[in-house]
Design a protein around this ligand. Structure first.
Ligand code: GCU
Length: 472
């Protein structure tokens, strides 16, 4: 069973409370120091080497090099040089039997896939993850454009009584329309936080967007939006694996080879945010979607795949370890993600596929991760190769979505409806899997209107008369 439910969200809101403080941190008693050795502090390089030693790996192949076209490991952006390995059949049981009924999918194949993703790709969420107690640090009545909204700043205090030396607080902001007729659908984003003084790298043009923000587009539908800060509860680096939620559960010790990586930790946080939404009467928790870009696009897909309570996914430029097939030698590769800068996203066991084994030996691929979201709707989003580049492998992501289609169809839904790669800016949004390349760069921004058109088939704002909705 991959989802732990229910966790305690010990919070309630009274109307118009400006600041609530209802933290219920349970039993945070300090233990004797002898019981609790301090967290291990090692660099990402040391931890990576430690994992290689544990797995008896002598060396790893280098990742694709995007900078030097003459390098032996130069990145491949040439469709003619692609290996065209078939993606694994999501409807074939490990014993070779064909999955022919929804019951076989739910009872046999889905659990098999989850087990393989857990063991070799994203790692296992430990069975004893601590409770999260949500506190509203502020509730503000404000305007977003012309829409009156209520914004709650929330902190999810993770119970650290098992190891008080590590403190973990999840940062979440929720905004809902103030005049909602009832509980509203919410789109939650994995939010980037740029450190103070952050400057874009030289030569990099940040995406420039005009018109209403995505939050305003969501409000125009009568929905709400939320921002979850992944790095508030799990750092985006290997050195941080002995801290954050992964470090807390491991009592400050480094990971075992099948322990969860950062992507699953971020997805765990999204699930805890959804636990909170289930307790907040302004949110319709059955209509919560998840969106993310790039590494957070990977996290959004992992969230959707594992937690079936999420209603819809908007997966932005997720590339390798997201919607891009591991087997396809185009753009970023397994070998890049297995390197010291990115390995922390994954289970330690993932390193094996850049060492003695190859991506072809992976028992699963990205089409099966997308298939784990079935029958729920998923929108795969990319930018323009001319602006965003080819690192994220748009065509590969499309092909993975095509190859997830059989599972959607088995469950009575529609896949993409074509296996022909569409022209730029063509929204394939008539099925339950959707795909669109926008003409901008590394952002989901220009795809929000197409996503919202797709999502409007599934998420519905409340229509009850206002009088019934004294919910805030
Ligand atoms: C790097 C990395 C990608 C990742 C991206 C991002 O480019 O190789 O896998 O998606 O960073 O998160 O911005």
């Amino acid at each position: 069973m991959e989802i732990k439910l229910p966790l305690v969200c010990s919070i309630g809101f009274a109307a118009l409370i400006v600041s609530a403080s209802v933290a219920l941190l349970s039993g945070n008693q300090a233990r004797e120091p002898a019981d609790n050795p301090p967290p291990v502090h090692i660099t990402a390089e040391q931890d990576h080497q430690r994992m290689m030693d544990l797995l008896h790996i002598q060396s790893l192949r280098p990742g694709a090099d995007p900078k030097n076209p003459d390098a032996p490991n130069a990145v491949n952006y040439d469709e003619a040089k692609v290996n065209h390995d078939a993606l694994p059949d999501p409807l074939l049981l490990n014993d070779g039997q064909k999955v022919t009924t929804p019951a076989m999918w739910w009872d046999k194949r889905r659990p098999e896939l989850i087990e393989m993703f857990d063991e070799d790709v994203y790692g296992r969420v430990p069975p004893n993850t601590p409770k999260v107690n949500w506190e509203a640090v502020s509730v503000m009545h404000e305007m977003n454009g012309s829409v009156p909204v209520i914004t709650k700043k929330l902190v999810g205090h993770v119970d650290n009584s098992s190891y008080p030396l590590i403190k973990v607080d999840i940062q979440l902001t929720l905004t809902t329309p103030a005049d909602a007729a009832g509980p509203v659908p919410v789109m939650m984003e994995f939010g980037f936080v740029f450190p103070p003084g952050f400057k874009w790298p030289k030569g990099f043009t940040p995406p420039h967007e005009t018109g209403p923000t995505w939050q305003q587009q969501v409000l125009a539908k009568g929905w709400g939006y939320a921002s979850l800060i992944p790095t508030s509860f799990q750092a985006d680096n290997g050195a941080g694996l002995t801290e954050g939620i992964i470090g807390l559960v491991n009592k400050g010790q480094p990971r075992k080879p099948d322990d969860w990586g950062t992507l699953r930790a971020w997805a765990w946080g999204a699930s805890r945010a959804l636990d909170y939404f289930e307790t907040d009467k302004s949110v319709d928790a059955k209509q919560v979607g998840i969106e993310g870009l790039s590494r957070y696009g990977k996290a959004a897909l992992v969230t959707m795949a594992y937690d079936q309570r999420f209603a819809i996914g908007f997966i932005g430029s997720s590339g390798e370890a997201g919607a891009k097939p591991h087997r396809r030698n185009f753009g970023e590769l397994v070998e890049n993600v297995a390197g010291t800068g990115e390995y922390h996203w994954m289970a330690g066991n993932f390193l094996k596929y850049a060492g003695p084994l190859t991506p072809r030996d992976l028992p699963v691929d990205a089409n099966e991760l997308i298939a784990l979201c079935a029958p729920r709707p998923v929108f795969i989003s990319c930018g323009s190769p001319k602006v965003e580049g080819n690192w994220v492998d748009d065509r590969g992501q499309f092909l993975a979505a095509v190859a997830a289609g059989p599972v959607y169809r088995l469950l009575g839904k529609k896949g993409l409806g074509t296996d022909q790669f569409p022209p730029m800016e063509t929204a394939l949004i008539d099925g339950d899997l959707a795909f669109r390349q926008h003409s901008g760069g590394h952002t989901t921004g220009p795809n929000w209107p197409a996503f919202l058109q797709f999502a409007s088939r599934y998420l519905k704002a409340p229509t009850a008369p206002r009088a019934t909705a004294s919910l805030r």
